[in-house]
Structures are given as structure tokens and as C-alpha cells.
Design a protein around this ligand. Structure first.
Ligand SMILES: NC(=O)c1ccc[n+]([C@@H]2O[C@H](COP(=O)([O-])OP(=O)(O)OC[C@H]3O[C@@H](n4cnc5c(N)ncnc54)[C@H](O)[C@@H]3O)[C@@H](O)[C@H]2O)c1
Length: 715
């Protein structure tokens, strides 16, 4: 009856039309402009036919429809707000066209039906779902709200409370909950789905299921008295605003759209949805979050490429059972790669095993892991004091103490005991990969694998290649990181690698701000409002003043022109006073435990006293904008340098490295996205204002050229 590139309609016995999503040349179905247009034509073809009595909607892929084509958002959202709203309203007519067909309709949800996919299913009268499928409206994660009728049909179908949870939460929903909330009418085994959906349609055709009443429910106002509505929506707004945080407006906007449209019939309600959708589509937050999604896809593609050339990884080993070695062993084993954990001290091995045990026990306690699986994970870690089985190891991660001499001797020692093709990676946080490679013979097999602490929580792994590292070794380590559930970012060896090299100029800006009179508590507050999970003083306390001091020295030596020491800093005085931060209870702040046993941080008069010594002009009230610029500009400029020098290969990798490695505010999309949002011209102008503070504030020639010609990092 209809054949397009994404949709075909065929006639089934009993005058039933089957509208099947089957995007040509792709493994999945998604809603791009072409598919929406085809849906319009296909629906029209079914309507015009005149003989069709019922509609079955299906997918020929493993998924139903994964959502909208996010690669189209950039272009579509560049239009004016009114145009986006009317685009949404026009697209909605297509879905309403399906809903208004003069006969009953059923969707068979075989796999993911997310965003537009869920909204497609909502536009039919009934939904039958495979037990393995998942549904949901994840749009808020992209800083927008559903735009194909989700905020209208879902609350009318499952009630306002549930719809608020689904839409403002943005989580995927499994079949049992979807059924319980009445978002679907039946859940069946995947192989029974088609029959069950056809039976559902037959019930409607036989008058045994009142499809017209069901349809009327979706098209009328929300069934909620004014008082109830007020209570529901107002309470939800307060709760959701608190949970989402000020920086993320979409969840609250979704509730507002549902509230505003509650008393309206479908078409008026859809107009309200379109307006809210358009308003959010124009925000910098949506722009950044959509960019983040695309960056993530880009990284996944790169990871897949790495897997193609990676060598097989059956057995790993880690040297050192300390904080990092223990974490690496746990992570490897829990994701299925057996690992030998070698240390020189028995008590360290015991500590490493007990840490792994604790992490597993917690998961068992929470019902996330079966006890036998926990036992299985533990059995994949073999703690040892000797090199007995190293002949069978494919990859070694060295995580012994941060001392070049010790590391070199350990690396040289272990290389003699392993196969010639064994890859050796070091988890050093600050020593040059090329320097350490002097210790090994097979330099092509040697590189950095920089995990972050705590390993089980931090998503990033920097894969650092030195002068001699082979492509195969890089790919093998990247693939191992992916197999451990981490995101690898490939970085060229340089002092600080990517993450620390970019973080320390930000700390440098912070130190200069304190020297010039800023109050560290205020700086923390401003930067936390900017979106950082913790301000720079608090972050220094968490990292530890000794570690920071050491890495700072490495960077000062590596980049003396801009990171070299030119004044005594607050970090210096803290370090000298042995205020190491959280680890010994005092740093910029004082750390205590409140009567309820919760850790508490307070600004400590003693640290103010110390800071006085490095504030020659005394304290001054520094404005928010100045604080942000003084800290962010060095970070942006250093990120640009890393890109220009090929430390990272691409803009997305630089930005994702910062988001995952140091908690750069996701809604700002990374340092380069932030530069685009502020505008490179403005960045260069602002930097000129602080030129007297030194080279940290000097944009590169390329940045200036891009600023002059109006270029952006994200084209
Ligand atoms: N702790 C962090 O936050 C962090 C983050 C990223 C990277 N790193 C890096 O990871 C490495 C380890 O750091 P850590 O914090 O786990 O240190 P740690 O002191 O907790 O552990 C080091 C372990 O190495 C063992 N060891 C020493 N010599 C050894 C040898 N010859 N053979 C086997 N084991 C030996 C020690 O007994 C100890 O158990 C360092 O290079 C560090 O810079 C640390």
C-alpha cells in the first residue's frame, strides 16, 4: 500500500494494514524529517484506501524506534523560536493523523521505543509490549521536552503523577512498570508479540475493547479536578526543580507544559507543547546537552574502531595493590577480564582484596548483584607476591608508587618475564611516558593508561601514547578500557597529559585570584553556581595538597612560560603547613564529622590566617564575572592548545575528557563548547583584559584568527 525508505505499509488478511518501520541501510529506526514525511504519506495512503479496518504498527529492526534523529537538531534548532514551534505543531499533525484514523490501531513494541518512538506508540489506541523491550521519554536529558505529543498523550493515558515521573525523570522504563502504569495494555514474550498485538486489534474490531473510549481519553482534557491539578503540578514543580538543579530547566518546563495544557483538548494542548519545546530548543543548555550526546556517539564509534585492531585480551595483570591497583583489579574482574594483582606487601594484597569485597558486598546488599556472581568476580582476581603466571598475561597495568626510579625498575623487571607481545601500560599520573619507556626494550608495546580515583566510579581513562607506541598497543588498551566499562580518550604524551594539563591552569587562575584578594569561599560558591560539582578550593582539598603540589611542579617544569612559579601561592602555604586537605582533616576548609556522623566542612579561620601571607594587597570583593573569567579563561586557552598540538585528536574528545575527568559542567558541554557559547571573539577580548596576569591568559594565534573570522570549534 505504501513503500518508502523508512516505512512500508502492507495489507494483512482481514483488511488490516501493517505499517512497518524498516529504515533502509540502517540497523535501527529513528525519526528524521524523511520518516515523519513518510509517516504522513503512509497514513494518508491507509486512510484513502477506504477498505482498511484496523492498523498494526510494527518494526522490522531489533528496536522499535530509538527516537528522533538527533543529528538533525542542530540545523532545525537554528531556526527562530516561532518557526520551531510551528514545525513541532506541523509534525504533531502527522501523529494526530495516525490517532484519528477511522478504525482501531495497535502498536507492537518489540524493542526500544524512546522519545519519538514512544510518542508514535502513544498515537495508536493500544500498545502491546515485548517483555524485553523498554519505553520512555528521555528528552529532558537533551535539555528539551517531548515534541511529538508526549506531554499531551502520556498524562491523559497514565495520569499526571506517573507522566511527570516518566517525562521529568527521563529514565527508560521496563515492561513490568510500563504495564503497571498503564502505558501499555499487555506485555508478552518477544516471540508472541505479533500474535498478541493482532489479537488486541481483533478484540477492538469485534467491539470487545472500547477503542473509541480509549481514544477520547487521549484527546480530551486531563481528568483532574482544579484543586487536584494544582496540588499535583505545584508539588511536582518544587520537587523537580530541587532535583534537577537550576542549570537544567527542561524537567520543570515539562511539568509546566503539562499543567498549562491540562484543561485543554488535544490540539490546543499540542500547541502548548510546541511552544515549550521551541523555547527549550533555543537554550544554550539544550545546545550543549545535544552536543554531548553527539560527542558520546562519536567516542563510541572511535571505541568500536579501536576494537577492530585491538589484540585479544584474555588475561590482565596489575602491579601494585594500592588505591589504584586495587580499584583496577576490581573493575577488570567485575567486567569479566581475569586479572592478577601483584604487590610486594602481603598486607597491601589483603587490603586490595578486602576493598573489592566491600564494593561487591554493597551491590549484593542493594540487590544489584547475586551473591554467586560476586563470588565469581572475586575468583577472577588472583592476588600474588610473585611473578609466577606472568607468562600468560596479555596486558599489564603498572600502578606502583609514583616514583620514576621505582617504576622504571619494576617495568624493566616485568618486561623480562612476559611474552614479547604483552602490552605494558603505566598508570602514572605525572611522569612522562617517554621517560618511563627508557626502561623497556619493546617500546612499541609501552604506553600510559591513566585511571582516575575512585576507579569504579570515574568514567574516564586517558590512553597516553609515547614516541614509540604502536597503533595496536593504543587500540588494545583503549579496547580494554571500554571492556572495563570506561570511556578511553587517546592522548599524546605531554606533561599533565590532557586532564591535569587543562585543570592546573584553572588552579593557576584561582591562585592568582586569591593573591589579588579573592575570598576562597566566595570563589567556590561562584564556581559551584557556574556548574562545577565543587569549587576549586574544595577540589584542591579533595585532590590533596601534596598531590596538587607535586603535579603543579611537574607542569611548572613542563610549561615554564605560563605555569612556572612566579609567586608564593595559597597552595604553597597550605602545603607547608601540612594542611593536605580532606585526607588529614584540614586544608582550605576544616573537615569534621557532625553529631549524626556526616562529614562537614567549614571555612577555617586558621586557613584565612595563612592566606593573609600571600595576599599582599589584603582581601577584596571580587565580582562573580571576574572570578569566572580569571579561572575559566586559562582552562579554555589550554584546552585549545592541546587541540592545536594534537594532544587530543578532536574537539569532542577534548570536551568529553574534561566532562568525564574533572566534572566540567555537562550543561556547558566542555571548555571548547563553552568558548563557542560565549563566542571566541568575546573570549579573546576578555583574555586581553587579563593579559597582565601572564601567559596563561594569552590566546593562541589560531584562537585569535578563529575569533576574527567568526569561526567556532563546533561547526
Ligand atoms: N591515588 C590517585 O588518586 C591516583 C590517580 C591516578 C593515578 N595514580 C597513580 O597510580 C599509581 C599508584 O598510586 P596509588 O595511589 O594506588 O598508590 P598506593 O601507594 O596506594 O599504592 C602503591 C602500591 O604499590 C605497591 N608497590 C610498591 N613497589 C612495588 C613493586 N615493586 N611491585 C609491586 N607493587 C609495588 C605498594 O606496596 C602499594 O601497595 C601512582 O603512579 C599514582 O600516581 C594515583
Amino acid at each position: 500500500m505504501f513503500q518508502g525508505q523508512s516505512i512500508r505499509v502492507t495489507r494483512l488478511p482481514g483488511d488490516i494494514a501493517e505499517l512497518c518501520f524498516d529504515r533502509s541501510g540502517d540497523a535501527i529506526n529513528k525519526f528524521d524529517t524523511r520518516t515523519v514525511n513518510e509517516l504522513r504519506e503512509a497514513t494518508e495512503a491507509v486512510r484513502r484506501d477506504g477498505s482498511v479496518k484496523g492498523l498494526l504498527v510494527t518494526s522490522a529492526k531489533d528496536v522499535f524506534i530509538v527516537g528522533a534523529d538527533i543529528t538533525e537538531f542542530g540545523k532545525n534548532f537554528a531556526s527562530k523560536e516561532e518557526d520551531i514551534a510551528s514545525w513541532s505543531f506541523e509534525a504533531n499533525k502527522v501523529f494526530s493523523g495516525v490517532e484519528d484514523l477511522p478504525f482501531p490501531s495497535v502498536t507492537a513494541i518489540n524493542g526500544f521505543a524512546l522519545g519519538g518512538g514512544m510518542e508514535m506508540a502513544l498515537s495508536t489506541d493500544y500498545r502491546v509490549m515485548a517483555a524485553t523491550a523498554q519505553v520512555g521519554q528521555p528528552e529532558v536529558k537533551l535539555g528539551i521536552i517531548p515534541g511529538f505529543g508526549g506531554t499531551v498523550r502520556l498524562p491523559r493515558l497514565i495520569g499526571a503523577d506517573n507522566a511527570i515521573e516518566w517525562i521529568a525523570g527521563g529514565e527508560n522504563v521496563k515492561a513490568d512498570k510500563a504495564l503497571k502504569d498503564h502505558a501499555v495494555d499487555a506485555v508478552v514474550a518477544p516471540d508472541k508479540l505479533r500474535d498478541a498485538a493482532l489479537r488486541m486489534l481483533q478484540l477492538a474490531l469485534d467491539g470487545k475493547a472500547d477503542w473509541q473510549a480509549r481514544r477520547a481519553q487521549k484527546k480530551g482534557p486531563l481528568k483532574l479536578g482544579p484543586m487536584e491539578a494544582m496540588m499535583t503540578f505545584e508539588t511536582a514543580k518544587g520537587f523537580i526543580a530541587g532535583k534537577a538543579g537550576k542549570a537544567y530547566p527542561a524537567p520543570v518546563e515539562a511539568v509546566k507544559a503539562m499543567q498549562k495544557a491540562a484543561g485543554k483538548s488535544r490540539d490546543d494542548a499540542l500547541k502548548i507543547e510546541g511552544q515549550s519545546f521551541a523555547k527549550l530548543a533555543k537554550t544554550t543548555v539544550a545546545d550543549a546537552l545535544i552536543g554531548l550526546f553527539l560527542n558520546d556517539q562519536f567516542l563510541k564509534k572511535k571505541a568500536k574502531q579501536a576494537q577492530k585492531i585491538a589484540k585479544p585480551m584474555k588475561q590482565a595483570a596489575v602491579l601494585g595493590a594500592g588505591i589504584m591497583g586495587g580499584g583496577i583489579a576490581y573493575q577488570s574482574a567485575s567486567r569479566g577480564t581475569p586479572i592478577i594483582m601483584k604487590d610486594i606487601k602481603d598486607e597491601q594484597l589483603a587490603l586490595g582484596m578486602s576493598e573489592a569485597n566491600k564494593l561487591l558486598a554493597k551491590q549484593v546488599e542493594r540487590g544489584k548483584l547475586k551473591p554467586e556472581k560476586a563470588g565469581d568476580v572475586l575468583s577472577k582476581i588472583r592476588a600474588t607476591l610473585n611473578y609466577g603466571d606472568f607468562g600468560g598475561v596479555d596486558l599489564i597495568v603498572e600502578a606502583v608508587v609514583e616514583n620514576p626510579k621505582v617504576k622504571k625498575s619494576v617495568l624493566a623487571e616485568v618486561e623480562k618475564l612476559v611474552r614479547k607481545d604483552c602490552i605494558i601500560a603505566t598508570n602514572t599520573s605525572s611522569i612522562s611516558i617517554d621517560l618511563l619507556s627508557e626502561a623497556v626494550e619493546r617500546k612499541e608495546n609501552f604506553l600510559g593508561m591513566h585511571f582516575f580515583n575512585p576507579v569504579h566510579k570515574m568514567p574516564l581513562v586517558e590512553v597516553i601514547w609515547g614516541k614509540h607506541t604502536s597503533k595496536e598497543a593504543i587500540a588494545t588498551v583503549a579496547a580494554y578500557a571500554s571492556a572495563m566499562g570506561k570511556t578511553p580518550i587517546v592522548v599524546k604524551n605531554c606533561p599533565g597529559f590532557l586532564v591535569n594539563r587543562v585543570l592546573f591552569p584553572y588552579f593557576g587562575g584561582f591562585m592568582a585570584a586569591i593573591r589579588d584578594g579573592a575570598d576562597f569561599v566566595k570563589v567556590d560558591k561562584v564556581m559551584e553556581e557556574f556548574g562545577w560539582p565543587m569549587g576549586p578550593a574544595y577540589l584542591q582539598d579533595v585532590v590533596g595538597m601534596d598531590t596538587s603540589h607535586h603535579v603543579g611542579d611537574v607542569l611548572a617544569e613542563g610549561y615554564p612560560d605560563r605555569m612556572g612559579k612566579t609567586f608564593r601561592t595559597a597552595l604553597d602555604v597550605m602545603y607547608e603547613a601540612k594542611r593536605f586537605g580532606q585526607k588529614n582533616g584540614v586544608g582550605f576548609y576544616k573537615y569534621e564529622v557532625d553529631p549524626k556522623g556526616k562529614p562537614k566542612k567549614t571555612a577555617d579561620p586558621a586557613s584565612y590566617e595563612l592566606i593573609k601571607a600571600v595576599q599582599p594587597g589584603g582581601q577584596k570583593d571580587m565580582g562573580d564575572e571576574e572570578i569566572i573569567d580569571r579561572l575559566m579563561l586559562p582552562m579554555v586557552i589550554e584546552t585549545a592548545r592541546c587541540l592545536e598540538e594534537g594532544i587530543v585528536e578532536s574537539v569532542p574528545e577534548a570536551d568529553m575528557g574534561l566532562i568525564m575527568g574533572i566534572g566540567f559542567p555537562p550543561f556547558r558541554g566542555g571548555a571548547l563548547k563553552y568558548a563557542d557559547t560565549v563566542g571566541l571573539k568575546t573570549i579573546v577580548e576578555k583574555a586581553a583584559k587579563y593579559a597582565a596576569l601572564g601567559k596563561l591568559y594569552e590566546p593562541t594565534a589560531k584562537m585569535k584568527e578563529m575569533a576574527a573570522s567568526g569561526k567556532k570549534y563546533y561547526a
